[in-house]
Structures are given as structure tokens and as C-alpha cells.
Design a protein around this ligand. Sequence first.
Ligand SMILES: Cc1cc2nc3c(=O)[nH]c(=O)nc-3n(C[C@H](O)[C@H](O)[C@H](O)COP(=O)(O)OP(=O)(O)OC[C@H]3O[C@@H](n4cnc5c(N)ncnc54)[C@H](O)[C@@H]3O)c2cc1C
Length: 274
Amino acid sequence: MEGGEARGVELSGGMRLEASRFVASAIDFPQTVRLAGEEHFGPTLSQAARDFKWASHSLATLHLALEEPPRYASTAFEPDVDRAYNLVYGADDTAQVRECFEDVKRGELPRLIGNGACNTLFDPTYAPAGKHAAFWWPFAPYAFKEGGADAWDERRDEYAEKVLDAWRPYAPNLTQENVLGKYLFTPLDIERRSATMVRGSHHVGAYLPEQLGINRPHPDVSDYRTPIGGLYLCGASSHVGGAVTGGPGYNAANAIADDLKIEKYWTPVRPPGE
Ligand SMILES: Cc1cc2nc3c(=O)[nH]c(=O)nc-3n(C[C@H](O)[C@H](O)[C@H](O)COP(=O)(O)OP(=O)(O)OC[C@H]3O[C@@H](n4cnc5c(N)ncnc54)[C@H](O)[C@@H]3O)c2cc1C
């Protein structure tokens, strides 16, 4: 900071990266506030950062290395299922979805519901030539009622088997011979891998009315600008939220270009209603 303006970033090893025009923070709002210093954000925003809510559920992803792609029993009535990219398993009605999230809330292994895909059907580079890779990511609690989040490391194998057992009735060819390898990526792994995904919060902050739209992450900074001149919020804790859409980064880029009078080399998307 220099004269109330963001002037760069200091890395943990002490190296300083200087910014000539702006600093784009692709990390989450609470961490941005902590790193830049609460004193620059004022009491309201500092409190909002401290109160930011992470997710109440996460994902546990089972990755499979396969001899051949999953072949689904449902092709008996819908042959295209084996060619679909994204498949959702495990929920036939709202009551079952509710049941799953009640279990998650209690910190129990829930009814297995979620989506998955066989990437190699669309991009063979995901696996060695002729082999396949598929995944399914059911919803899961971050922490267990007994043992907390750390229990994931002990329950990894048990849960991987449970997910595979639940997947097999849909894809009966997921036999021992077909499954060459499996790995369960747990909510704790998500948190370990990305510091923005606290408590396995894969959308980088809960989707609650008070954290959506103009409230994300807080009405005073929902236009990607912060009280610090030249410091912008570009990550998924801002509106449009956590998804691979790149929406927060796109919107922030427009805000930066507008403020710095930079000519946009992209065609801006028209606001709704225009
Ligand atoms: C298992 C899983 C499945 C998902 N599935 C989907 C899906 O199907 N569709 C979809 O749209 N979205 C999905 N998501 C969500 C999507 O991946 C995220 O919303 C998106 O990655 C968020 O992007 P981001 O750039 O804001 O944050 P991130 O992707 O988390 O990037 C932030 C980066 O900053 C780094 N970082 C954080 N703090 C610091 C620091 N202090 N210093 C240096 N580096 C730091 C992190 O390590 C990370 O690399 C999924 C997420 C997970 C985990």
C-alpha cells in the first residue's frame, strides 16, 4: 500500500511483486481483507469478512481408472446415456435430495447423490491410450459428527467402496476387472488443495441469500472494487459466485478497464434488459 493505493503483492518468502496500475485479487474476500489489512476496509467490511459463511456441504469425488467406459443399465430405455457427458445419479425426487442434505447437516455419510462423467469419451488424453477415466462427485459433509474433518483420511477407503457400490447398479460393468485404480478426493483434500475453499467450500463461500447477487460478498464491494484504490476482487467469493464460468473475473476485468480507461479487446456482454 502507498497513499491508500494498492501497489503490489508480497510473497511469503519476502519477494515483492510491484503493480504499476492495479492488483487483482483472485483469492477470497475474507483472505483479501486479512492480507491487505482490516484497517483499510473499515469496521463494517472487516466484520463482514469475519462473518463470511463457508459452505454447509462439500463434495467427495471418486476418480476411477478404467479398462472400458461405464456402460449404463438405463441404455435399455435411453441409448444416448452412454454418450452423455454429464450424468446425475441417486435422486429420483425432492424427498431424496432433502434426505441427503439432512444427513450432510448431521455430519453423517449421506444418501449418495451427485453428478459425474467419463472424461475420456470426450478427451482421450485424460488416460493412457485405450484406457478410460471417470468420476462421480456425491455431496458430502466437510466434517463428520464423530471425528470431525480429520476422519476423512481414515474413512477414505471405506467411502470409496461405498461410492463404487452405489455406482455399480447404474453401471454394472464397473467390475473389479474393469476398475484398474480408484482414488477418493475428499472435502478435506479440497480445502488442503485450495486455500479459498475453506471447509471444502467448492463454490468459495456458501450460496445463501445474504451472499448472492449484490450481497456477494457484501453490498459495499459487490462491484469488484474495494475501498483500497487499485485493488479489485476477481474470485468466486464475488458475484457470479463459484463456478468455472469465470464470471467474477470477467466482471472484474470490465470494472478495471472502465476505471483505468483501458480499451476492451473483448465484446462486453450486454447487461440484462438492454
Ligand atoms: C470437486 C469440485 C467440483 C467442482 N465442480 C464444478 C462444476 O462442475 N462446475 C462448476 O462450475 N464449478 C465447479 N466447481 C467449483 C469451481 O471449481 C470453483 O468455483 C472455481 O474454481 C473458483 O474459482 P476461483 O478462481 O475463484 O478460485 P480457485 O479455483 O480456488 O483459485 C484460487 C487460487 O488461489 C490460490 N490461493 C488462495 N490463497 C492464496 C494465497 N494466500 N497465496 C497464494 N495463492 C493463494 C489457491 O490455492 C487457488 O489456486 C467444483 C469445485 C470442486 C472442488
